[in-house]
Ligand binder design. Structure first.
Ligand SMILES: *Cc1c(COP(=O)(O)O)cnc(C)c1O
Length: 398
């Protein structure tokens, strides 16, 4: 532990950080911080994030806008970024909006050795009156704080950070395409917010994907951190994804345990719609938040809308475990309605088939169909709220 503690302390002093999606604090010190945060008295002395102290340094060289059809996810970034330093002695320093720039990191920075990193991803939307909106930012802030707390990084006042992000998004709003802007923040005793304009996820309309059920690797396990957006969770998932891709599948489906419970698809939550064998009723199923599932904002939104708008039409909405064998059986017995992934990037991603034990499980789409009715409806309902076409408390006008 000793070198680790030294490292941590040095880190806090140099105030370095790593870049990544919404807020992560790389450097923050495990031991030092735990001590600080375990005592309410010392927490009270640390400064909270104060949006009224925001300073803005505008870029001298504004970038040219990239045409929407040439945007590559995570390649193009906007003119500015948010940067906020945190130190164990003072807490959150004044937030800054500065020109988008490289970070300069000490090689001893914790993130490189111990993966002290977490992130968030959300989008900004332009409504038809030219106003700029975020979608349920409080959910991202809550999750960011859960991720940070789990790895002993400092938590932050979510409303305050949302205000700072609002200013940032307004400043760079010329980059928001007709389609949304992706926000990417992190931190160390530093927290970053960066933004990347993205083109439409499905430029030519929905394209159903095929999945390979992964039975030889595990993404998350009980008591682990798979329910947190920690950078360390993601690198180990790339190989299984590449393996699936090498056999022609766009994503892999993560199964868990001897029961082969269906958990998530790539980095999306998964929804299965089927006719329940016992009740004969239509059922929309997603895995419960048992610690192995990432609490997607889209998952939560799909569930809430389904309970509000599908339940009255006779649907059962279930957060329950479902085995891959049950999915395969529903398909075989003609009870499968549809399957789709859910996440901020695509909102919904319809699934055509799942490769499981050497066979293809058909997920209910007709041959000429790229999306099922529920996925399509969810996409429309959620987009109407995101773009402000339907007034809704989930849409946050900046
Ligand atoms: C981010 C993420 C999701 C989706 O979350 P949203 O808030 O809906 O974007 C689902 N699963 C994993 C593993 C994720 O990292």
């Amino acid at each position: 532990m000793k070198p680790f503690r030294q490292l941590a302390r040095r880190q806090a002093l140099s105030g370095l950080a790593t870049p990544r999606i919404l807020s992560s604090q790389i450097a923050a010190t495990s031991r030092l911080r735990l001590r600080n945060f375990s005592s309410t008295a010392s927490v009270a002395q640390l400064a909270a994030l104060d949006p009224s102290k925001l300073t803005v340094t505008k870029t001298q060289s504004p970038k040219k806008l990239t045409p929407p059809n040439e945007l590559v996810f995570g390649k193009t970034f906007t003119d500015h970024m948010v940067s906020v330093e945190w130190t164990a002695t003072e807490g959150w320093h004044s937030p800054r909006i500065i020109p988008y720039q490289n970070l300069s990191l000490d090689p001893s920075t914790c993130v490189f050795h111990y993966a002290f990193e977490c992130f968030e991803g959300m989008k900004a939307y332009k409504d038809k009156n030219g106003g700029t909106r975020l979608f349920r930012p409080n959910k991202n802030m809550e999750r960011l704080n859960k991720s940070s707390a789990r790895i002993a990084l400092p938590t932050v006042d979510g409303d305050a950070l949302t205000k700072v992000i609002g200013e940032f998004v307004k400043l760079d709003d010329r980059f928001i395409p007709d389609r949304p802007l992706v926000l990417v923040p992190p931190g160390s005793a530093l927290l970053f917010v960066i933004a990347s304009p993205v083109g439409p996820y499905y430029p030519t309309g929905f394209k159903a994907i095929s999945l390979e059920a992964t039975d030889y690797a595990v993404r998350a396990w009980p008591g682990g951190v798979g329910d947190k957006k920690l950078g360390a969770n993601y690198a180990p998932c790339i190989l299984p994804q590449l393996e699936a891709a090498s056999r022609g599948f766009q994503q892999n489906l993560w199964l868990f345990g001897e029961e082969e419970y269906v958990t998530e698809v790539g980095t999306m939550n998964l929804f299965v719609a089927l006719k329940n064998k016992e009740t004969g009723k239509k059922e929309l199923i997603t895995a419960p938040l048992d610690g192995t599932i990432l609490e997607g904002v889209t998952r939560d939104s799909v569930l809430a809308l389904a309970r509000e708008r599908l339940e009255p039409k006779g649907w059962t909405i279930s957060e329950r475990k479902i085995r891959m064998s049950e999915v395969a059986e529903a398909s075989q017995e003609g009870r499968m309605i549809e399957v789709f992934g859910a996440g901020t990037a695509a909102i919904v991603s319809p699934v055509r088939s799942i490769s499981y034990r050497g066979k293809l499980v058909d997920c209910g789409l007709k041959e000429n169909e790229e999306a099922g009715e529920i996925a399509l409806q969810m996409k429309n309902w959620i987009e109407d709220i995101q773009y402000g076409d339907e007034p809704h408390p989930w849409s946050y006008v900046v």
